[in-house]
Design a binder for this molecule. Structure first.
Ligand code: PEP
Ligand code: MN
Length: 687
């Protein structure tokens, strides 16, 4: 038995070696691609090709029975690393004098702290000899770069939970340094302890105060444990290792657990599921070559003490069509009530357009300093690619549906505008905004040219069920995962949903498969807590005129799907949207889900008539839910395609691994094979 084990382990070692060798071979080829593209390459990232690669590897994965989403995750890492290697090679080529044999990089903290993890990810792709040096403060890093002790520094500028890191902004103003790169690091806090410890046995949790704050909700649930501040996350992990006390744990990165031989008791414990830190890399000199089309530029300026000076500055950027990605103000040193503005925009100092902007800015500023142009890793177009599926097509109808969206003719426009003027809603109306509103949720754009597919079970029923749904939605290229946790059931004796336990499962499945999640909220007091976990809220048909719920959702920062009430007119529906909009939340997605008519052959009557009508009256995205309208799964696919043909900007479909066992709305849920066919048929409308 043990001899056999030995033998299998040897074989495993051989396989691992082969994997590493293959990765090395792949990197070699990637370098050749970079050479072929050359320094002037318009863009290193070729999203279409990435999608194709992911599509192909998922096909192969399916053929050999490997979990596709696992392989997609793995390949995204591999492609990301390749891209960094290409970028590094080209930067190297364009500034040969600037590339020392050994690159010395300074970061704040100790090994396995998040800054160190970001540094190794960013510079590791260079492939050469790199020495990483930890410093206690950001100021020390700045001085070390300025004095030539180190070649590069890497410093965090903002965190998506905690906000800007002021000390770093002040450092950038005070020192003569250039920003030459950017890095975005996922901060995935883990609770770790020595081998043998259990979550229930933890009494003290050590970490950096920021990390403790970011995990406050998790910590509040650990009633027997108290939190204690420590210098940095990685040092807290080291302390826990040294103490060898099973009641002590640390919050730090997974890398820290590995480095200090601790076991991770729980992952993903931060209050906000998505937690990122953006870093910039600094050098003494700016990059000598243009950073390329995917680049960003950072500037710092102060404005003249004149009315409208800041607006005039911002207007210069707007007139030149430059997209601002961040603006931050800090007190100007030694000048009470005066401010420095830090601004990032998409563009490169080498662009003529940008040169003009700086010339014009000078007229409105008392101080202007360019901090640098650099390849960006946080721009919209840097989103990870999705696999492009060669989906199995049904035999009969292989043609997709042409999308025909009605456009008002010139001579009718005035009449439409006059009619809209008399409506009881304004914010929802095209009177206020003529162009279509696009709502961005994670990587998904709702209301853009490409229709979205939202799919999932009526109710979250179990981990297995919601994970199976998430997996098929992700594999078929769907965009969002739906799942009800609080169900508005007609009978009080029907299944009412799993509540917050279901929401946790839904959120976890969405995270696992890279899908933002949509869930219905029934009560105003649930809006806040549900919004912490769900990416999109839903107001159900039965609640369309629940005005206290609408007002509360209006105060939320989450996008919301507002279903049309079963007996509501278009004007009532848009007025309900107005409730949400007028309370602040502008991210409303309208959803037609069928209305009650004399017809009893179907659960409701899908009113596709309203699609062109609502698209004409409102700029808000409009999607259609055929499942609740017809109530019978076999009619759903044709209605979904009809909705897209009529100009709906997406569909919401109920699916279930075993519809006959569903706890709610089983008869209308598509089985996975039927959903697969529908996705293939809808593919043309979505490409
Ligand atoms: C649902 O989406 O599961 C739902 C209850 O929908 P509606 O409010 O449209 O009935
Ligand atoms: Mn339902």
């Amino acid at each position: 038995m043990s001899e056999h084990l030995e033998e299998v382990r040897k074989q495993l070692d051989t396989v691992d070696r082969r994997i590493v060798e293959s990765l090395a071979e792949r990197l070699e080829l990637v370098s050749k691609v970079a050479e072929a593209k050359g320094a002037g390459a318009p863009s290193l990232r070729d999203r279409e090709r990435e999608e194709e690669i992911l599509g192909r590897i998922t096909e192969s994965a399916r053929a050999v029975g490997i979990d596709e989403s696992f392989l997609v995750r793995l390949y995204r890492e591999i492609m990301d690393h390749s891209l960094r290697r290409q970028r590094a090679l080209l930067d190297d080529e364009s500034s040969p004098d600037d590339s020392p044999d050994i690159l010395v990089v300074g970061y704040q903290g100790t090994e396995a702290a998040y800054s160190h993890v970001a540094a190794t990810r960013h510079f590791g792709a260079l492939g050469g000899d790199i020495v990483y040096r930890g410093y206690d403060t950001f100021g020390q890093i700045g001085t070390a770069v300025q004095e030539g002790d180190i070649d590069r520094g890497i410093v965090p500028v903002e965190n998506t939970t905690a906000g800007s890191i002021n000390d770093v902004y002040d450092l950038l103003a005070a020192c003569d340094l250039s920003i030459v790169g950017e890095e975005v690091q996922v901060v995935d806090h883990c609770l770790m302890a020595p081998e043998g410890a259990s979550l229930a046995g933890v009494r003290t949790v050590y970490s950096h105060p920021q990390a403790l704050l970011q995990c406050s909700q998790f910590l509040a649930r650990q009633v027997h444990a108290r939190a204690e501040s420590y210098t940095d996350t990685a040092m807290a992990a080291r302390k826990v290792r040294d103490d060898r006390d099973l009641s002590r744990a640390a919050i730090a990165s997974e890398e820290a657990a590995r480095l200090y031989g601790l076991v991770v008791l729980q992952r993903g414990i931060a209050n906000q599921a998505e937690n990122f830190t953006r870093f910039v890399t600094i050098a003494r000199e700016p990059l000598t070559e243009a950073a390329g089309p995917g680049s960003k530029t950072s500037v710092v300026f102060s404005v003249r003490h004149e009315g409208g000076a800041l607006a005039a500055c911002l207007d210069v950027f707007a007139r030149h069509g430059l997209n601002l990605t961040k603006i931050e103000s800090r007190p100007r040193p030694n000048s009470p009530w005066q401010y420095l503005f830090y601004l990032d925009f998409e563009g490169d100092v080498a662009d003529e357009n940008v040169v003009d902007v700086f010339r014009e800015l000078a007229a409105h500023t008392t101080y202007l300093k360019v901090l640098g142009s650099y390849p960006s890793w946080s721009r919209e177009d840097r989103r990870p690619a999705r696999p492009r599926k060669a989906v199995r097509r049904s035999d009969s109808r292989t043609e997709g549906v042409p999308r025909v969206v009605g456009a008002a003719r010139e001579d009718t426009k005035d009449a439409i505008a006059a009619a809209l003027e008399r409506k009881p809603y304004r914010l929802a109306s095209r009177i206020t905004r003529t162009t279509d509103t696009e709502i961005v949720v994670g990587h998904v754009v709702i209301g853009g040219a490409r229709p979205v597919v939202i799919a999932g079970p009526c109710s979250v029923e179990s981990r297995e069920q919601v994970f199976a749904c998430a997996r098929i939605v992700s594999e078929l290229g769907g965009d969002l995962l739906r799942g009800g946790c609080f169900k508005p059931r007609t009978s009080p004796y029907s299944f009412q949903g799993m509540g917050y336990e279901g929401l946790d499962l839904l959120a976890e499945a969405g995270r696992e498969y890279g899908l933002p999640v949509v869930t219905e909220v029934l009560h105003p007091s649930d809006v806040g807590p549900v919004a912490e976990k769900a990416d999109v809220l839903q107001v159900g048909a039965r609640n369309m005129q629940n005005f206290s719920l609408l007002k509360e959702i209006g105060r939320s920062h989450r996008a919301v799907v507002l279903k049309r009430g079963m007996m509501s007119s278009v004007d009532e529906w848009l007025s309900a949207a107005e409730y949400i909009l007028s309370h602040g939340n502008q991210q409303v997605i309208l959803c037609e889900r069928g209305i009650r008519t004399f017809e009893t052959a179907t659960r409701a009557t899908l009113d596709l008539t309203v699609v062109p009508v609502v698209r004409e009256r409102s700029h808000l995205p409009l999607i259609v839910d055929p499942s609740h309208a017809c109530g019978t799964s076999r009619w759903v696919p044709d209605l979904a395609k009809a909705a897209l043909a009529a100009g709906a900007q997406g569909v919401m479909i109920e699916i279930h691994p075993e519809p006959e066992r569903a706890l709610s709305d089983g008869p209308q849920a598509l089985r996975f094979d039927a959903f697969t066919d529908l996705m293939a048929e809808a593919a043309m409308a979505r490409s």
